[in-house]
Design a protein around this ligand. Structure first.
Ligand code: PMP
Length: 340
């Protein structure tokens, strides 16, 4: 019999999927790592698992304890599911602006969800800072104690990608990978995979795909943390150098507008059967740009971060998209004449 003893063992070992059109356009072999196939349907299951395991190992997280986190949603979903599997409760602080589908999933998983106004990181009422204060208060008031997952500055997040995601990618490409690129939320994925790949072959090029409204493109281009524009993508777009990002081996940054990312995810759904969230669109757009930069024949990997149904009310909703002046999926706007 082949079986996992727990859902947590089903995290990781996701397949690489060849992205046909992206490969055709560039003459490269572009692959997406299908992180939406994790149990919580996102790449953040990995960070959740490593953060929880690290807190258990260090003795900070005790049986029946509470895991508190500020999250755009996916890390919270991962923490709630892994927490349920291992006997921990979760309290999740999320900006109101994040998709209803993610909030519904968090409540479905039994997390206590606290929605707060979306304000910048420098504001003391930013969701991340509120989650830290709640964790501190619960750590002394709850009989089983509490931890703050602190995904942005807890490097157990990045370590998970060094230990797990990078070797998976290297082995899946038989060591022939030439380039890796993705966007940054906490930076755990880009920094961890980047470090893990460079340790195996320092010539692998690491790219950053930054959405508009984030400050990292300018930082890695000219050392200045400066942002311009905005993005409707969720879970990515960083304005500071988190602990997970420190020392990230980024060779080449790209800045990707939403319209470019959306056209790509609509096309991937219509022609390649891949239903993806917006950050995956930024990533695939970045992989195409990296392929064009590196030239034909290269093997490039990016991350397909989460599943598209998580954003049905936004990214795949023509009314929402129109209100933002963005393109919509064209099949949603055309209907066949049915002769009945
Ligand atoms: N895409 C989505 C949809 C996410 O939720 C996140 C995590 N916030 C990321 C990408 C970025 O991953 P990381 O935190 O490892 O930078």
């Amino acid at each position: 019999m082949t079986a996992h003893s727990s859902v947590i063992n089903a995290i990781g070992n996701t397949p690489l999927i060849k992205l046909r059109k992206a490969s055709e356009i560039t003459g490269c072999n572009i692959y997406g790592k299908a992180e939406f196939m994790n149990p919580g349907q996102s790449v953040k299951d990995r960070a959740a698992l490593f953060i929880i395991q690290d807190a258990i190992k260090s003795g900070k997280l005790k049986p029946g304890g509470v895991i508190v986190e500020g999250t755009a949603g996916n890390t919270g979903i991962g923490l709630a599911l892994v927490g349920n599997a291992l006997g921990f409760r979760s309290v999740i602080v999320i900006p109101e602006t994040q998709s209803q589908e993610k909030k519904d999933m968090l409540r479905l998983a039994g997390a206590q969800v606290i929605e707060v106004p979306a304000v910048p990181y420098r504001n003391p009422n930013n969701y991340i800072k509120i989650s830290g204060r709640i964790a501190e208060a619960l750590a002394s008031s709850d009989p089983n104690g509490a931890i703050w997952a602190n995904q942005f500055d807890n490097t157990a997040n990045r370590d998970g990608h060094i230990a797990m995601t990078a070797p998976e990618i290297f082995e899946q490409t038989d060591g022939k990978i030439d380039g890796f690129i993705c966007a940054v939320g906490t930076g755990g994925t880009l920094s961890g995979v980047g470090q893990g790949l460079k340790a195996r072959n320092k010539n692998i090029t690491i790219g950053l795909a930054d959405p508009m409204g984030a400050a990292l493109y300018n930082y890695y281009k000219n050392g200045e943390l400066k942002s311009e524009g905005s993005s409707i993508t969720e879970g990515i777009g960083q304005g500071r150098i988190t602990a997970n990002l420190e020392g990230a081996p980024i060779d080449i940054p790209f800045q990707i507008p939403d319209a470019e990312a959306l056209e790509i995810i609509f096309d991937l759904l219509e022609h390649e059967g891949l239903c993806l969230g917006g950050s995956s669109g930024i990533n695939v757009a970045g992989a195409i740009r990296l392929g064009q930069e590196m030239g034909p024949g290269k093997t490039i990997v990016t991350i397909l971060c989460d599943y598209g149904t998580r954003y049905q009310s936004k990214l795949y909703n023509p009314n929402f998209l129109k209100s933002k002046g963005l393109p919509s999926p064209k099949w949603m706007e055309t209907t066949l004449d049915i002769p009945v």
